[in-house]
Ligand binder design. Structure first.
Ligand SMILES: [Zn+2]
Length: 424
């Protein structure tokens, strides 16, 4: 009943003449529809937030998603690559096919304000918010499907935190079930609420966790120090201060939004060297972040050579990676086009072109981008006035829940603009 009333409203607004541009009607309509479902989406977000599920275990969350999409009248496919769900919305005519992706899993986190310091499963990366926004966009667009020329796919992905979900969905035939021409998605970000950011090409730094393995004749303490020194020798960044904090990321002069950002060229360590013992072997691991893909391979070789040529060389077995993660690479043309559409809709002041690559983060959205041109957006979810300002995966992480309404509104409008202006 609620659903039918909303459709009526949507069509009525489409008929408003009064000299308004089609774009403005579209914007007002989307804002109204997004407001209308805000409480419902907050309740869904809170439910998912209070029942966090780890990567690969998103059974309950995916059922919520499935039921919601079915309730909107979408065609729904489930069990893709584990708990992956896809909703399909056909517009009034055939046209461009576009996908919106949201991730559903929570993560393990040690909250430092808790006495026992045991890791807990929690939504400390905002994927509960991404799911709520994805459902909201599906809702708004389902009420406007007569205005849509083309097909919208909504991908709800499991296991992003383990970097397995996107890959698993694709290997399980995602792109045989659906054939999008373009794919979009977002991650909440500690910029101010109401802003959206992105950049062409690499969005984050490349992340590696290197592992050097030796036989047990190795002097662990001595090598650990030596290895740490080798890695520190590679450190490079455009500042003498300690720049890797939240305030620097969002700083107007040094942060990601300034063309002269300190985040466009660096190598930094993400951890200290840690030692692991396995039967007759000892291994040493360390995580690092590099902005320049071309440096990664030669660096591995140089590290191995330095070790082999050292006093520790006789115990050396091999070099491998326990994590070798590609970064999100936004299609340059599609990114520029998308940021222009968002600027036209929501003003230059609310849309940031980023220049640097964010450290200490990554996203498996790249696996879709390897198949289809795609853009990942960073949606501002902080509100300093309300004291909400923290990076994902920290104990303080929080979002202003208004971000759900803004995300639904911005990207519903964006997707309709994008799909209807790209008739194929
Ligand atoms: Zn995340």
């Amino acid at each position: 009943m609620k659903f039918k009333l909303a459709i009526t409203f949507c069509l009525l607004l489409s008929n408003i003449p009064n000299g308004s541009t089609e774009e403005n009607i579209n914007k007002d309509k989307m804002a109204h529809l997004s407001n209308q479902i805000f409480d419902e989406l907050v309740a869904i977000r809170n439910d998912i937030h209070n029942h966090p599920e780890l990567a690969g275990k998103e059974k309950r969350t995916s059922k919520i998603v499935e039921d919601y999409l079915l309730g909107l009248g979408l065609e729904v496919k489930t069990g893709i690559g584990g708990h992956g769900v896809v909703g399909i919305l056909n517009g009034s005519k055939k046209g461009k096919k576009m996908a919106w992706r949201a991730d559903m899993d929570a993560a393990l986190h040690v909250f430092d304000n808790k006495l026992n310091h045991k890791p807990q499963v929690a939504h400390i990366c905002g994927h509960d918010v991404h799911t709520a926004i994805g459902l909201g966009i599906a809702n708004v667009l389902s009420k406007c499907k007569d205005d849509i020329i083309g097909t919208m796919y909504f991908i709800f992905q499991p296991a992003e935190e383990s970097f397995e979900g996107a890959k698993a969905m694709i290997e399980d035939g995602l792109f045989e079930e659906i054939q999008p021409d373009e794919v979009f998605g977002l991650h909440v970000f500690p910029t101010e609420i109401g802003t959206v950011s992105s950049k062409p090409n690499e969005l984050f730094a490349y992340q590696r966790r290197i592992k050097l393995t030796f036989d047990n004749t190795i002097d662990q303490e001595a090598f650990s120090g030596f290895f740490q020194e080798i890695l520190e020798g590679f450190i490079r960044h455009n500042t003498n201060s300690e720049p890797w904090s939240l305030d620097y990321l969002t700083d107007p002069l040094e942060g990601l939004s300034n063309p002269n950002t300190i985040y466009d060229d660096y190598f930094i360590l993400g951890s200290n060297v840690s030692t692991r013992f396995e039967k007759d072997k000892t291994s040493f691991e360390c995580t690092y972040y590099e902005t320049d893909s071309t440096r990664l391979n030669s660096m591995t070789r140089r590290i191995s050579d330095l070790v082999i040529d050292s006093e520790f060389g006789k115990s050396y077995i091999n070099t491998s990676f326990t994590a070798e993660r590609p970064t999100v690479i936004n299609d340059p043309k599609l990114t520029d086009e998308s940021l222009s559409i968002l600027k036209k809709l929501y003003g230059d002041e609310n849309v940031n072109h980023f220049y640097g690559q964010m450290p200490y983060s990554n996203e498996d959205f790249i696996y879709y981008q390897n198949e289809v041109p795609g853009v990942m957006f960073l949606l501002g979810a902080s509100n300093k006035e309300k004291g909400i300002y923290a990076l994902p995966h920290t104990s303080e992480f929080k979002v202003d829940e208004e971000v759900i309404k803004i995300g639904v509104n911005y990207f519903s409008t964006f997707l309709v603009e994008k799909i209807n202006n790209n008739k194929s």
